[in-house]
Design a protein around this ligand. Structure first.
Ligand SMILES: *Cc1c(COP(=O)(O)O)cnc(C)c1O
Length: 228
């Protein structure tokens, strides 16, 4: 089990390095976040043993429990799922960054005068407004709101490629949107995009934060019945 985990982690790390080289990029500017949702804390601990520092979770209760159990391991917890405003403060308490900022009410809920969390604004690349992320037409206004809200350091944009499209085109669109965001927020140059099936395309379009689950962890156990 852990040998498999170690070898999958090594394989992904080599594949990321190879894609970066093909894209003429420096692999050191790309962070791989291992998405550990639905997996037990023991697996996250194994990953930490193997040198992983960045892990991603998409459900608050589960993430909070694992972060508490593994608090001694020096992990950075990235929150990547849809987030209810009333849970925002609690997520701030253990997460180093939130990749799923998608609406003004959540930005208000994340406001803090005490400390600063890294934030990514998630862009919805589908025609379905019910999916996670802000529609491109509303992106500039949301970015502006994040920039004027204390307690969030805007790192850049996050997106998931739609299932029915060409991932590279989707990521190219995010890159274009990012160029426009950087006219008002030059520091917000990070791009959280690329998963197990499409990280190579994402790297070609400038991804700085990959969110890779199954390719490293193996298949996810069936999710429990508890929700956020
Ligand atoms: C689950 C998840 C991932 C990882 O997906 P894999 O296909 O397992 O690599 C990445 N990003 C988000 C937002 C997710 O929910």
């Amino acid at each position: 089990m852990s040998e498999n985990l170690a070898s999958r982690l090594r394989d992904v790390s080599s594949a990321v390095a190879a894609a970066a080289a093909d894209a003429d990029r420096d692999a050191s500017e790309i962070t791989t976040i291992v998405v550990t949702k639905f997996h037990p804390a023991a697996l996250v601990a194994e990953l930490a043993d193997l040198g992983v520092r960045d892990v991603g979770e998409n459900r608050h209760q589960e993430a909070q429990a694992k972060a508490a159990e593994l608090s001694g391991l020096g992990l950075s917890w990235h929150f990547i799922g849809q987030l209810q405003s009333k849970k925002a403060r609690q997520v701030r308490a253990y997460a180093s960054s939130i990749h799923s900022i998608d609406r003004p009410a959540l930005v208000d809920a994340l406001r803090s005068d005490d400390d600063v969390i890294d934030g990514f604004v998630q862009v919805n690349l589908t025609d379905d407004a019910g999916r996670g992320g802000v529609l491109p037409a509303e992106l500039d206004a949301l970015v502006e709101k994040v920039l004027e809200t204390p307690g969030i350091r805007l790192r850049g944009l996050m997106a998931v490629a739609p299932l029915d499209g060409e991932p590279r085109r989707a990521f190219a669109r995010v890159r274009e949107l990012s160029e426009s965001v950087r006219r008002t927020a030059p520091e917000a140059s990070a791009l959280s995009m690329g998963m197990s099936q499409d990280f190579r395309e994402a790297i070609f379009e400038g991804a700085t934060h990959l969110r890779i689950g199954t390719l490293i962890t193996g298949n996810r156990p069936t999710p429990g019945l508890t929700s956020n």
